[in-house]
Design a protein around this ligand. Structure first.
Ligand code: ZN
Length: 169
């Protein structure tokens, strides 16, 4: 079964024509704000934001403790919200911004959503599945390929995590 680019274009057409264009930096700042909210709630500070056609359509923060849900990573929370907004699990044409390199579970979910582009801030040398530990995204034997960019607000995102764990010791 294949999914053409026109499928994604059809999904995008449901959005209003006039939409504020969100820059990569603004989207990552929104993700970082979500991460800070997670920290305030006692969760590991990781946040995400989903942008489609220049418009922010979803945000998510790590909420595994609050929801007693091991799958409630920031990326999954944002993915679910975006897919519900579209009424479609396929999110071609969208970009996900996340403050930390996705884990294997989230990388798998991003592939399932047929996401176009992933932008993450800090690398995760302990569990990152976008090249640091595993290479789930753009694995040569997997069909779906996506654009991956790294580094926007990496210092701020990494420092937020470090200070969170420092304070808990
Ligand atoms: Zn994850």
């Amino acid at each position: 079964m294949t999914f053409s680019r026109s499928d994604a274009a059809d999904e995008r057409s449901v959005l209003p024509y006039h939409s504020p264009m969100v820059s990569d930096l603004e989207a990552m700042q929104a993700a970082l704000a979500e991460a800070r909210k997670a920290a305030e709630a006692g969760e590991v500070p990781i946040g995400a934001a989903m942008v489609c056609r220049g418009e922010m359509i979803a945000r998510g923060q790590n909420s595994v403790i609050r929801t007693s849900d091991p799958t409630a990573h920031a990326e999954i929370v944002a993915l679910r919200q975006a897919a519900r907004t579209f009424g479609n699990y396929r999110l071609g044409g969208c970009t996900l911004y996340v403050t930390l390199e996705p884990c294997a579970m989230c990388a798998g979910a991003l592939i399932q959503s047929r996401l176009d582009r992933l932008v993450f801030a800090a690398a995760d040398p302990k569990a990152g599945a976008c090249g640091s530990v595993l290479s789930v995204i753009n694995h040569p034997q997997l069909n779906h390929q996506m654009h991956v960019e790294q580094g926007i607000l990496a210092d701020q995102s990494g420092e937020l995590l470090r200070s969170f764990f420092r304070d808990r010791r």
